[in-house]
Design a binder for this molecule. Structure first.
Ligand code: FCB
Length: 450
């Protein structure tokens, strides 16, 4: 990349993102109920190293210090999620005031530091009590989610204007209900599809609840994990496989939300696995949104593979490419490709990159520093492609780096470090990595290079 200064638009919202279960800890304190992730991580054999989120980054107690660090970075915005069982321990009914107070204090602290809060309502930690009633497979969960949304919305509406209903419903549906690698650990493809429909429906219901606040400043969106899918060759079967994969991963969520219908090609392909839909559902799911949140990490190169059971495809991994510690290919152009595609095909009124970042094997050196040059290059290249998209008219309004600090990376436990801030889990000491200092400068200049 050239060293020309790439300036971003005025008021571009530079931020970082986290999620409740990954950072808060205090898993059973002050009246919090159990979540499906507490339950899953307490089940032997589910998480690398038997790690749990019991303590995590202890953010529940250290949020003050964490907001100070955000301020040092000069963040304009911060995306975090609310733990549903912290505020409604059984998922419905009784409210836990201490849980609500925690988010109240966090929001006040952010506003004092001039940081715009972006609240995600669901980042995967369903109350275990609702799982015991069938979880997201049970349509009743949709209504409980709407009630929970109303509670949070009324509590925070005077201070929070950006709302994200769900984080990555594809992951909740498939990692949690088809592959069983995430909570609640179910392995059944049809269940995953039914869950995806209920998640989308609950998204629509939450949009209605938030719109009912009647506040013009309220902006509502959903965050999807989008991966551009490229065929491994120009052979017809590979092109079709890439299209199928795109249907399953990207269009299955984009199309209901923005067009009010599941994509017909993949719907037909699923045959008897398709979810049950009731009249009126699709118009609830497609209520008008103010923005789309895009989480981008990598691309997929897809080839036809008749041996693979459901989608009949597998992936090629280019040897010459570079990979992160997650073994995700580093492909910065993908962020540009996906932004252009989303804008052209679905025209959301605004887009935020709600997550982008990388895990590397960070180490604290003898001087106590963490030199993570690879992360700086990763971010710089992705920012450059985002900039190119903006120059070509894409309505990208902000960018949230995943993540503010190292945290509990789901099935990988603490073995993967995504943070701009290093966490020493034995002492809970926070160390700003070089990338954090670099990000501070980027925000200060509102641009890169120069
Ligand atoms: C995304 C999740 C986030 C984090 C990153 C690495 O899929 O939304 O919680 O784990 O991946």
């Amino acid at each position: 990349m050239s060293e020309k200064l790439l300036k971003f638009p005025d008021k571009f919202l530079w931020g970082t993102a986290t999620a409740s279960y990954q950072i808060e800890g205090a898993w059973d304190e002050d009246g919090k109920g159990e979540s499906i992730w507490d339950n899953f991580s307490h089940t032997p054999g589910k998480i690398y190293g038997e790690d749990t989120g019991d303590v995590a980054c202890d953010h529940y107690h250290r949020y003050g210090e964490d907001v100070k660090n955000m301020k040092r970075l000069g963040l304009k915005a911060y995306r975090f999620s609310i733990s549903w069982p912290r505020v409604i321990p059984e998922g419905k009914g009784k409210i836990n005031k201490s849980g609500l107070d925690f988010y109240d204090r966090l929001v006040d602290e952010l506003l004092k530091a001039d940081i715009e809060p972006f609240v995600t309502l669901y980042h995967w930690d369903l109350p275990q009590a609702l799982q015991e009633r069938g979880g997201w497979k049970n349509r009743d969960t949709v209504g409980y989610f709407a009630d929970y949304t109303a509670l949070i919305a009324h509590k925070l509406k005077d201070r929070v204007y950006h709302w994200i209903t769900h984080n990555e419903p594809w992951v909740t549906s498939f990692a949690g209900h088809a592959f069983g690698i995430h909570a609640p650990g179910i392995m059944d493809f049809s269940t995953a599809l039914q869950v995806s429909h209920h998640l989308l429906l609950s998204h629509g219901r939450a949009v209605e609840v938030l719109k009912d606040l009647g506040n013009e400043r309220t902006k509502i969106g959903i965050t999807l994990n989008l991966h551009p899918a490229y065929p491994a060759s120009q052979k017809k079967e590979d092109i079709n496989a890439a299209k199928r994969y795109d249907g399953y991963l990207n269009r299955w969520f984009l199309s209901p939300v923005f067009k009010g219908a599941y994509p017909s090609d993949i719907w037909e392909y699923y045959q008897d696995k398709t979810p049950q839909i009731l009249p009126g559902d699709m118009s609830v799911i497609s209520r008008k949104l103010d923005f789309l949140g895009v989480n981008y990490y990598s691309r997929h190169i897809v080839k036809a593979d008749p041996k693979e059971k459901i989608l009949k495809l597998s992936f090629s991994k280019p040897e010459e490419a570079e990979y992160t510690d997650m073994e995700w290919e580093i492909y910065p152009q993908g962020i540009y490709d996906i932004l252009k595609r989303v804008q052209n095909e679905y025209s959301p009124p605004a887009i935020y990159i709600t997550e982008n970042g990388a895990a590397f094997r960070d180490k604290v050196d003898k001087e106590g520093k963490v030199k993570d040059g690879q992360r700086i290059s990763y971010l710089k290249e992705h920012f450059s492609f985002a900039h190119k998209a903006i120059e070509e008219g894409i309505k990208l309004k902000g960018y949230f780096v995943w993540s503010l600090m190292d945290n509990f990376e789901w099935a990988h436990g603490y073995s993967k470090r995504f943070g701009l801030i290093y966490i020493d889990y034995s002492t809970q000491k926070r160390i700003l990595k070089e990338s954090a200092h670099w990000y501070r400068k980027t925000i200060e200049n509102n641009g890169i290079g120069g």
